[in-house]
Design a protein around this ligand. Structure first.
Ligand SMILES: Cc1ncc(COP(=O)(O)O)c(C=O)c1O
Length: 388
């Protein structure tokens, strides 16, 4: 008996849905509804006093629940709305018109990160994107060679969203630091399913969000900044919450807080943080190592089943290279995903990759079989005919 299956009753959607889409939107924990009620009750009964009774501290107190998942220390993670915002804060800490003005990343990074790099060219940044040879992996050697004395920032996805390939962030961090560059890892597709220890790796920055493996829902992104870098970093993307004495409402220029508040800006997304907490608590309670153990076994099994069904796999073969998602290159994948959603099998499709399937700690082995059978049945009948 798989002990993690005891968590199934905590996720109402699992009663009637084969939920294979936790790389995109993790299932909602039952207790999230209570948390949202708590938010409404607090606002309704405490009014403005809620700020000093907990809301003001939430970007840090909730960030601490992420910290224990990604290996950060107390007070080292601050909550924001999403990864796009967190990445902008990181970028705004650098002078892109200096000689050290290069960003190194992978061409398969998440599009909004790539869009942001491209925009930085207007400020003088040079962007070096290492391509993939096979559409699945990024050659580590090429990444390491791209990092040089003119690199200001290495900014990578820990796990690639399109193929689930795991990048070696420890090797990239060593190289970045050898060259005097800083490194930021986007942990969105790893935190909660692949173990990460930001302090052991020595990352300077990490960003991520709650929508996927952390089962925290939308509106709660997070930013980690290595403690000994704080005093050297003065984000241009800032606001009154980052001031050493925000309630002095002092004139510019800002005097930055000497703690992680210096990486905040405006009013935080309080309801999203209430909603997100329960997912973090559950992931902490189970432990990412146990989630990873199960995920590795189940993704391996999915690959075997897919091969037996004659379906082409578009994610890494070796367990140690593969995150929590398996991607199947199936003709008419988009239509198949839509048809299966109507039958309560949830997964998604990404152009250039295929059908993305993600078991999580709450997935049964039977669901792996039935998912592959359902996809195979669709490829056999053809998506334009009704499925039997
Ligand atoms: C690796 C990665 N980074 C960033 C994002 C988007 O982040 P956000 O919508 O919080 O900006 C996603 C997925 O949506 C992702 O998979």
């Amino acid at each position: 008996m798989d002990p993690l299956l005891q968590w199934r009753s905590e996720f109402p959607i699992l009663d009637h849905t084969v939920y294979m889409i936790s790389h995109s939107l993790g299932a909602m924990p039952r207790r999230t509804r209570d948390r949202l009620n708590e938010y409404a009750d607090t606002w309704a009964t405490r009014g403005i006093r809620a700020w000093e009774e907990g809301w003001w501290q939430m970007p840090i107190t909730v960030g601490n629940l992420i910290g224990t998942i990604i290996g950060a220390g107390e007070g080292e993670v601050v909550m924001h709305q999403n990864v796009a915002v967190c990445q902008q804060i990181v970028h705004s800490c650098f002078n892109w018109s200096s000689k050290r003005n290069k960003i190194v990343s992978e061409a398969m990074n998440f599009p909004s990160n790539l869009y942001a790099f491209e925009q930085l060219k207007q400020l003088g940044a040079r962007v070096d994107l290492v391509p993939s040879a096979d559409g699945i992996s990024i050659p580590l050697e090429r990444m390491l060679r791209a990092i040089d004395e003119e690199t200001a920032l290495v900014s990578v996805s820990h796990v690639l969203f399109r193929s689930s390939f795991i990048q070696d962030i420890a090797a990239l961090t060593r190289r970045a630091h050898e060259c005097g560059a800083l490194i930021c890892a986007d942990l969105y597709q790893s935190a909660g399913t692949v173990p990460v220890d930001v302090r052991a790796v020595g990352l300077d920055f990490a960003t991520g969000g709650s929508v996927k493996w952390l089962c925290g829902g939308p509106g709660a992104g997070y930013l980690y900044v290595r403690r000994d870098r704080w005093v050297t970093l003065e984000p241009r993307f800032t606001g009154w919450m980052a001031h050493a004495r925000p309630f002095a409402f002092a004139d510019a220029p800002i005097e930055f807080a000497d703690d992680a508040y210096r990486f905040l800006n405006g009013t935080p997304n309080v309801p999203a943080m209430y909603a997100a907490r329960s997912g973090y608590e559950i992931v902490n309670e189970i432990g990412v190592d146990r989630i990873r153990q199960k995920s590795t076994r189940q993704t391996r099994r999915l690959i075997e089943l897919a091969r037996e069904a004659g379906l082409r796999v578009n994610s890494p073969e070796r367990d140690e290279d593969r995150g929590g998602t398996v991607i199947l290159d199936v003709a008419e994948g988009y239509e198949i995903v839509k048809k299966l959603a109507a039958r309560d099998y949830l997964m998604d499709f990404r152009p250039g990759a295929g059908i993305r399937i993600a078991p999580h700690f709450y997935t049964t082995d039977e669901e792996l079989d039935s998912t592959i059978q359902a996809i195979r049945a669709q490829t056999e009948v053809g998506v334009h005919q009704p499925a039997s």
